[in-house]
Design a protein around this ligand. Sequence first.
Ligand code: LMR
Length: 330
Amino acid sequence: FLFMVINTGCSPRVVDKEQVSPEQKIVIKFSHVVAENSPKGLAAKYFSRLVNEKSGGKIEVQVFANSTLYADGEEMQALQEGAVQLIAPATSKLGSMFPYWQLLDLPYAFSDIESVHLAIEGPIGEKLTDSLEKEGYVALAFWDNGFKQLTNDVHPIGRPGDLKGLKFRVMINSSVLEEQFKLLGAQAIPLPFNSVYRSLEKNEVCGQENTISNIYSKKFYQVQKYMTVTNHGYLGYVVLAQKDYWDGLPEDVRKILEESMVEVTDWERTMAAKINEANYNELVNNKDIEITTLSNEERRLWEESLSPVYSFFEKKISAELVNNLAIQKS
Ligand code: LMR
């Protein structure tokens, strides 16, 4: 089904590279850590094709997926050093340099994706992107993945107490994610994305939290027996460039990139929801993994058990942002 979508509405003509002389060409390296058949992977490719077409082959966006160029923990530095020009890290991974972004990691902060977009497009988003700009970065777009679920290899998880004593991999750089597992009596082990499969396989960690599309595209179901649909936290991306680099681009080039980014972002958000849904259906039919879905009562228990993460965030990062979130919810 994905093949169809990508090859019908969304296949801009790729321009013959011979028409553009090498001196005229602008090469942009875009590095990311996920699979090509994931929402971010597909959007990066689509961006590249669209930019190629709109620029008549003058701008070439080279996409490096699957951490082939830089892994978590390396890509931010690669961007700083100009080794790559675009990255799209999960917002959680900005958390040590830009702690405000950890607001998006708060468990059950958003009841649906629309509420996430509302936050990003309002005063909360302004504060988050300001923090990036002050340090010389520009946030070009905000791409969705979806809500995270829990997988593990030990036993089915229904209640928050079921995590006690277990080791879970979390994304790097988010103290909020570490605190979340600590509250449940589990141990949080921050690891880069490209070592998750191996660590699960070798039982260095027995579980992890992620979106369905990452669980599916990276085949975590092969090394995890159980998945619980908790929808407990959001996972999305910021497409980032260095401000000096961006401002230094010729105006017509920047315009093409900006227009393409708007178009791709729109497409990506729709696709992210579709891919997660399609991958969920694949997992339902997959005998390797058993799926538990929370009842309303169980979900209430999760929310209650995880609510102290909010005071952790208030004390350590920003009370004002938690307040903004409460205003948005009311
Ligand atoms: C993860 O590390 O689990 C995710 O952030 C990967 C990604 O970029 O979606």
